[in-house]
Design a protein around this ligand. Structure first.
Ligand code: ZN
Length: 132
């Protein structure tokens, strides 16, 4: 596995795009809405890894709930895997709790699945695999 990106929950993605563009001295390279998740995302490339900003696009979105509870900040770590179906099966046999039992479509041309933070020391972990 390798660290693919770090997801950061933000209240205002346009304002945060500007902030992180100055911080990284580099513009975001894409914005994408994932309607099924109720999120707007934007991506920055930093060497081997990326930063994903996430803004809620409706109040039922997991990002809206996260910000209401914890405020803005680091939301999840995403690890790229070679075979996401295999990893879901392997980790569930190892006793990890999965939020998604099968991969779903995520942003940035990926199939994704989340592990429940209860089983990962309170870190929300995303598994992702580039779509062929
Ligand atoms: Zn992510």
């Amino acid at each position: 596995m390798k660290l693919e990106h770090i997801g950061i929950a933000v209240k205002d993605i346009e304002a945060s795009n500007k902030l992180f563009e100055i911080l990284f001295n580099s513009p975001h390279y894409k914005m994408e809405e994932v309607a099924s998740e109720g999120v707007k995302t934007s991506f920055f490339k930093l060497g081997e890894s990326k930063i994903e900003l996430l803004e809620a696009s409706n109040e039922d979105s997991a990002i809206a709930k996260f910000i209401a509870k914890k405020g803005e900040g680091i939301h999840h770590l995403a690890f790229e895997v070679v075979d996401i179906d295999f990893e879901i099966d392997r980790l569930s046999k190892e006793g990890f709790q999965l939020i998604h039992q099968s991969p779903k479509d995520g942003a940035d041309n990926k199939r994704i699945a989340f592990l429940h933070p209860k089983s990962t020391n309170s870190v929300l972990v995303e598994l992702c695999q580039e779509k062929a």
